[in-house]
Structures are given as C-alpha cells and as structure tokens.
Design a binder for this molecule. Structure first.
Ligand code: ACO
Length: 435
C-alpha cells in the first residue's frame, strides 16, 4: 500500500483525557475513502471494533470493484455485463490472475496450459473412494482440494513465483475434474476423463453427464449459460470465503490448504449455499397463493425464516449478477423445453417482495443465488451440486486474491484482536470444592 496517497486526515478526540490524534485518510481509485487506523493502537492503546466487518477494509486490492448502492460489479475495470456478453470464463481467469486481458497468443498459451493440467493424479481417485457415497459433494471437495497439497508438492513453495503460478493453473484446470468426480462418485457412476478439445464449460458438462458407454453432446446454449455462471461467480472482492483464503494464506499456508478453507466457508447457507436454499424454499412455498404467507414469515422477527436469494451485505440495489442470470434462465428453460413452475413462482415472489415496504426500506433485492439455482436445475444438476459449481468458479478469484496478497511486499500475518468480555483473573477451585 502506497501511503503517499494520503491527503486528508481525521481527528479523534478521547473525551475522558482530551487527547486528540490525527489519522490519515486513504483514497482508492474508486469507492469510499478509508481511515487508516494502523497507528491507532500504538497512539491510543485502543482497538477498533467491527466484528462482522461492516465498516472495515481488510486489505487493498486492484482486482474487483463493487458499488453496492448502484449495483455495479467490475473486474479490472470491465463490467460484469460486458464480460458475460463478450468474454469467456478462461479469459476472465487470465484477467483476474494478470490484471489485463490477454492478447491472442497469450490467450492461446493460457488455454494450452490449463488444458494440460485438467487430469488429476491417478492416486487421487482412491481418496474419493474413502468417502461414503451419500457424502455431500462439498464435504468431498473440502477433503480432495485440501489433499492437493499432498499430491502436488512442486507447487507449494509460496516464495517461488513460478510455483505460485503453477498452483493457480492447477487449481483452475483441475477443479472441474474434481467437482465432476465428486458428482460421479455420489451417483455410483465411473469417473469420466477430461477431453481437452472441449471448452472449459463443455468439458465440465462432459465429465459430469457423460458416461464411457456413449458420446456426450450438449447444446451451445447450455454450455454458454454455464460459462456465464462461471464468469459471474469468478470473484467478488473481500467476501467471507475470499477473506478466509487471505487470512489462511497470510500465515504462509500452501495455496491448496487455503482454498480448502475457502470452500468450507462458501458452503454456509448465508454465502454459497443460498442457491440450494432458494430451490428448497420455492419448493416449500409450492404455489403462488402461498407467497404472502412466506413473505410474512420472512418479515416476522420471531421467525428465523429469511427469504433466500434476497438481500446482500454489499448490494443495496439489484445484484448485477442476478440481472444477467434472469434472462439467461429464460434462455435455458426455453432450450431444454421445460415449463418450470419454480421460475413462475420466483418471478411472482420477486414482484411481490419488491412491492413490499419491508423489503423496499431495507433495500433487499434478489441476489445472484435467486436465479442461478433455476438454471442449474434445468441443466440437470442436483441441488447438492450447486455450491460445488460456485466453488469451481470462485477458485480463480480465491487464488488470484491469494497471489495478490503474497506478492504484496508489505504482507504480514492477519491477526485481529478482540473486545474481551470474560472474567478478570480468579483463583482455581479444585473440583471437590466446587458447588
Ligand atoms: N429475508 C428477510 N429479511 C432479511 C433478509 C432476507 N433474506 N436479509 C436481510 N433481512 C433483514 C434483516 O432481518 C435485517 O432487518 P432489521 O434491520 O429489521 O433487523 C435487515 O434486513 C438487514 O439484514 P442483515 O442481516 O443485517 O444483513 P447482512 O448484511 O448481515 O446479511 C445476508 C446479508 C446474509 C446475505 C442476508 O441478506 C441473508 O441472510 N440473505 C438470505 C441468504 C442469501 O441469499 N445469501 C446469499 C448471499 S449472496 C452470496 O453469498 C453469493
């Protein structure tokens, strides 16, 4: 971080002592300014308190920019709408890793490199076979991705730039293979090897839905929709899973272990597990007549039910990713010829929620998960695979953010502090003397 961009300061006065200190204000290229509190503790003996990071910038980054009020998402300056229309997932991977779009020969090299890494170590299949067949594929993914550090020793030296790049390529290339293997294992079908002449999305569909007994082919509408879903999920600034990857990586842990930590975080229903929850919720609602009842439940503070796929910590406007996915959902449903009652239900739910003061006042709009589940289910993925697909796409964001952090010369281990509310020192009482 270059401290020379400091122009303004903020003064903090401690009322009890009258002491005033000045803290620098830093400017990003866009977005809110930040108060640099790094000297606060040494100057005052006080910490800041922001347990769920609602007012905290945990790092600086040049990768992804979000304006939550306006509903804007850009990677290295390119809008998500333009990237999903004109680019491909692999090109976006290059953009996130290198900060610039590739020229033609760079793109060809990159595609060749990723293609060369799509197979996984043969021994890895035995790891899958150790899991129960009914294990959730996310549980399997945490295990097998973490285990990559036991297989690819030649890309775990984080101080070596070449090894960092190879680890990034391996993750991007092998993630679809590993995700498809998790699915095949759960349904008792043989693993299907990657086919390197296929595009990234086509290859994943081939490994997921293909069988050794016959050729698999899919419509370009489906593979394009999947590619767009991958682009939309590729990176999203300092969300919970990315922050987890950065924190794990700050200790010097190897990249595969860090990504496994990210997968664990993404699994939660408040994060990547939400699209699975959206479909479950729509099925539970069942018919348009019951929507008002569920809206009331969502508004009732004594009821833990929340409208899944609605609301976002950062977006206080329509999530731009949901804006791309809504028309994509129509395209896919038309292609597969499904009259999906859940889509009708989702549209009506969205309409009624956006007319309701509760949701309007709190700026709760549909997020990316609201429509992605409908598309994935129309393609044929079971709900248990939804978060796995998110994992596959987000792996590039995680590894690119990890790389950005490791390559920052000022990087140190992340170590938050706390507001302690427990006991002061007290004497230990032997067990036979306790009440
Ligand atoms: N349904 C009903 N009420 C909601 C919802 C919802 N989905 N989301 C937020 N609210 C309400 C809260 O109850 C709170 O109301 P209050 O001010 O009267 O107490 C207010 O809106 C603010 O909510 P917070 O929980 O403070 O918002 P936060 O930023 O912490 O949560 C989150 C964001 C977790 C995404 C939340 O909106 C939620 O649980 N949504 C449903 C789950 C979901 O769709 N997650 C996917 C997120 S996108 C992603 O990870 C890819």
């Amino acid at each position: 971080m270059n401290d020379s961009n400091t122009k303004e300061t903020v003064s903090i006065t401690i009322n009890s002592t009258g002491e005033t200190i000045e803290l620098p204000i830093l400017d990003g290229t866009q977005g809110p300014q930040v108060i640099d509190v790094r000297q606060l503790y040494s100057k005052t003996g006080m910490f800041t308190y922001d347990p769920s990071y609602t007012s905290t910038a945990s790092c600086d980054s040049s990768m992804t920019y979000i304006d939550g009020e306006e509903g804007i998402l850009r990677h290295a300056g390119y809008t998500i709408e333009e990237l999903t229309e004109k680019s491909s997932f692999l090109e976006v991977c290059y953009l996130l890793l290198h900060g610039e779009l590739p020229n033609l020969s760079e793109m060809q090299d990159f595609e060749r490199t990723i293609t060369n890494h799509t197979m996984v170590h043969d021994q890895l299949q035995f790891l899958y076979r150790g899991f129960r067949r009914d294990a959730h594929p996310m549980a399997v993914m945490i295990g097998v991705v973490g285990a990559m550090s036991a297989f690819y020793h030649d890309s775990t030296d984080i101080s070596n730039p070449q090894q960092r790049l190879i680890a990034s390529h391996r993750l991007i290339a092998k993630m679809p293979t590993m995700a498809a293997m998790a699915y095949k294992y759960s349904i008792g079908q043989p693993f299907v090897y990657p086919r390197n002449e296929l595009s990234y999305a086509e290859n994943f569909l081939h490994m997921t839905f293909g069988v050794p007994a016959e050729e698999y082919s899919c419509s370009p509408v489906i593979s394009r929709a999947l590619d767009r879903i991958f682009i939309l999920h590729a990176d999203h600034e300092q969300n919970a899973s990315t922050s987890t990857v950065r924190l794990a990586g700050s200790s010097g842990a190897n990249p595969f272990a860090c990504i496994a930590a990210g997968i664990a975080t993404l699994w939660g229903p408040a994060h990547g597990g939400a699209n699975e929850a959206v479909l479950e919720m729509l099925s539970e609602i069942g018919s348009k007549e019951r929507i008002p009842e569920f809206l009331e439940k969502a508004k009732n503070k004594d009821d833990p039910f929340r409208l899944m796929g609605f609301g976002h910590r950062v977006y206080k406007n329509y999530d731009p990713r949901a804006g791309v996915l809504k028309p994509a959902a129509y395209e896919v449903l038309e292609e597969v010829g499904i009259q999906n009652p859940l889509m009708e239900l989702a549209l009506e739910l969205e309409r009624l929620a956006l007319e309701d003061d509760y949701f309007v006042e709190r700026k709760l709009f549909p997020n990316v998960d609201f429509y992605s589940g409908i598309i994935l289910s129309a393609i044929g993925f079971p709900t248990s695979m939804f978060t796995v697909l998110f994992t596959l796409a987000r792996a590039v964001g995680w590894i690119a953010q990890w790389k950005e952090m490791i390559e920052d010369p000022g990087q140190r281990i992340g170590r938050p502090r706390q507001l302690y509310l427990g006991h002061a020192e007290r004497k230990f009482v032997p067990i036979d003397e306790r009440n």
